[in-house]
Ligand binder design. Structure first.
Ligand code: AMP
Ligand code: ZN
Ligand code: FE
Ligand code: FE
Length: 279
């Protein structure tokens, strides 16, 4: 089993990178990718754990981008983590995520017993901060019962508490990932429950810029969406991937609940600058 999309406490997962890798091995995965939001900070710890637990590791990142105002999550695999353009883009996003989280907490604090310290209590040092950390503070304060409930209510983009954050253009980021030797894959492109999704023309533009694949098998896609995206991937010559988008205890997603074929992984590894770390 190959699961190419997971999060640790380096971003908004609840478990440390080594723990995610250990749990991946225990779940019977042969290969796991660590893809924290807008950071590569978990890579070193995850690589060490992969050797120790006998599971192969794909080093990756889920980059927050935008296309025509719609949020696009772009997975980057096996890129040079020091490439200046990509590092600068992710630094800018992480910095604005901090400003944005503080604004959201200020707005929420007008109506609910939440504080910035309460949010920081749930955020790892240097972690890429996001709404899930604010959700945890809301749970601790007794405002909601779970991250899920927080996202369905006060953290939803339709509420007055929602503030967007900076994100670079999706097509430009596809090019930046390729320039860094990475392999760009569009994460959950048809996840309508999260908000607006991009039209096929945007996926075509991204493909023309060097997109390598579409994450088709993801819990946020129903069967019809998966079939449509599989057809589109075939038409555009893109690889198809699948994943759990695991966030530890922060989401119901289970490791290995959707998987990627060995053939797709072989294409990704062939195109990537870095090697898959094999025990
Ligand atoms: P942000 O990037 O700060 O806008 O927050 C988006 C993050 O929240 C993504 O990583 C999602 O995986 C996570 N997320 C979205 N919906 C939910 C939900 N219903 N429950 C828990 N986490 C969620
Ligand atoms: Zn996340
Ligand atoms: Fe995502
Ligand atoms: Fe994700």
């Amino acid at each position: 089993m190959i699961d190419l999309h997971t999060h640790s406490s380096a971003s908004d997962g609840t478990d440390a990178p080594a723990r995610v890798v250990a749990d991946a091995a225990a779940a019977g995965l042969a290969v796991v990718a660590l893809t924290d939001h807008d950071t590569t900070a978990g890579w070193t710890e995850a690589a060490e754990a992969a050797q120790r637990h006998g599971v192969a590791l794909v080093r990756g990142t889920e980059i927050s981008t935008k296309a025509h105002g719609v949020s696009v999550h772009l997975l980057s695999y096996l890129q040079d983590p020091t490439h200046p353009d990509l590092v600068a883009e992710m630094d800018a996003t992480r910095s604005d995520r901090l400003t944005r989280a503080r604004r959201m907490v200020d707005l929420l604090a007008e109506d609910f017993p939440v504080s910035w310290d309460g949010v920081l209590a749930h955020t790892g040092p240097d972690a890429t901060i996001g709404r899930p950390h604010i959700a945890d503070a809301l749970v601790s304060a007794g405002v909601v019962a779970s991250r899920e409930e927080a996202f369905a209510t006060v953290l939803h983009p339709g509420t007055r508490y929602y503030v967007p954050h900076h994100a670079p253009d999706a097509v430009a980021t596809v090019r930046a990932v390729r320039a860094a030797g990475g392999v760009p894959v569009f994460a959950h492109p048809g996840a309508v429950a999260r908000g607006r999704v991009v039209p096929e023309e945007t996926i075509e533009e991204m493909a023309a810029a060097g997109l390598a694949g579409l994450e088709v098998d993801h819990r946020d896609h129903d069967d019809a969406t998966r079939a449509r995206l599989r057809d589109l991937a075939r038409a555009l010559g893109l690889v198809v991937t699948g994943s759990s988008d695991y966030h530890g205890a922060g989401k119901p997603n289970r490791l290995g609940e959707n998987t990627t074929s060995p053939e797709s992984l072989a294409v990704i590894e062939e195109q990537g600058l870095l090697d898959v770390i094999r025990p």
